[in-house]
Design a protein around this ligand. Sequence first.
Ligand code: AMP
Ligand code: MG
Length: 469
Amino acid sequence: MHIPFDNSYARLPVQMYTAQMPTPVKDPALIVTNPDLATLLGIDPADLTTPEAAQVFAGNQTPAGASPLAQVYAGHQFGNWNPQLGDGRAVLLGEVVGTDGIRRDIQLKGSGPTPYSRSGDGRAWLGPVLREYLVSEAMHAMGVPTTRALAAVATGEDVYREEILPGAVITRVAQSHIRVGTFQYFAARGDMTALHALTDHVIARHYPDANGPAKLLDAVIARYAALIAKWMGLGFIHGVMNTDNVSVAGETIDYGPCAFIDGFNPNAVFSAIDQFGRYAYANQPGIGAWNMAQLATSLIPLMPDRDTAIEDFTAAVHRFPEIFAQAWRGVFAAKLGISQPTEADEALITELLDLMAKDGADFTNTFAALSRDDARDQFIDRDSFDAWARRWRARQDDPSLMARANPQIIPRNHQVEAVIQAGRSGDFAPFHALLGAVTTPLAPLTDGTEHFARAPTLDEQVTRTFCGT
Ligand code: AMP
Ligand code: MG
């Protein structure tokens, strides 16, 4: 398999990573590969289905030009500082510059232990691999910046969690895997060499218009605020917005116990480890600002005058809520067919969300039904909905926006779980069917896809999701 590697991270100061080969597995078998993404990366899609591909995507065979390494980082986990994290079950094979001119990482996740594994085994089981594959590709199809999935393989090995589970490896593609926690790691140690090198690398790679740390901070804030606004518009809950899971490139990264809301509840929490609801749906923008404050703190040592930097960076972080609010308005206005949103539209949007929350209306289906003009059925209190809808129709000016902004099909928890259960018994047909549906989320429903758009019954609802680590 020819992968046109061009590795830049491996040229950065040695304290920023550890050279690390993936650990081979017993009996690799391809589950799925992504020919469109391969083409974008300059990989011949015909190479994806060869026996060699299973070996490469399992980490058994290292393609020419790779310089495998594990990246070090730190992070705040649920608000608590952890000075030492890193790729504990992932290895960066290298980078390629795609046909679109964008540089991207190709990383194996679940590929064996690294110096940063602590007590972990460096492995992943099939469940989180299929979940990440489905959700990341669905997010991409819905226009949300995200890491992507190039391949998933079964390892033929057992993974030991609370039970014995089948192992798997996902090949993840990202504009980079550099996190807020990567900056924090070097700032906390006072390693100015690495902090400067990292900052220059991130600016050159992701924000070539930024002329220094202050502009970099502004630019990351803008992208991250826009990203969270997109999550909110899809009823998406990331679940683990720790600073080590925040990409400075502004992509959704580290799909763990993430979930899409079915019946709307702004306080929804799915992650089994999120005991106090820190990362609940409605908390995401506030946490976003908090995470940007951690990035700001890490950039201060780079500035010539500390007091001025603190003042300027504090102001930059304090702009997050307004930047987010504007992005959020834009997202929801498009969902309602309003082309020129103003601050006054916030009330219209909020009132709809309040009605949805009161009645537990299905998030995705309510917006999809608004596009078709039959949303009334989603509500119990139809008089209140009618009153709202009258005001909405008076304000709506471009219904064509709605078809693009309101997916019919998202990877619903209960369907993802069902696909994982089938996969455990070796049946990947349901996975492929769901993948096909969630990667064409705007397509009109057919007899074959209609069931994917159905909200779960009470019995079917999945209310808890797990990291799977
Ligand atoms: P997460 O919040 O899932 O991104 O994981 C937090 C940290 O734990 C990361 O540094 C991971 O690399 C590490 N980790 C998670 N699962 C494992 C595992 N099975 N083996 C080794 N390290 C792991
Ligand atoms: Mg992580």
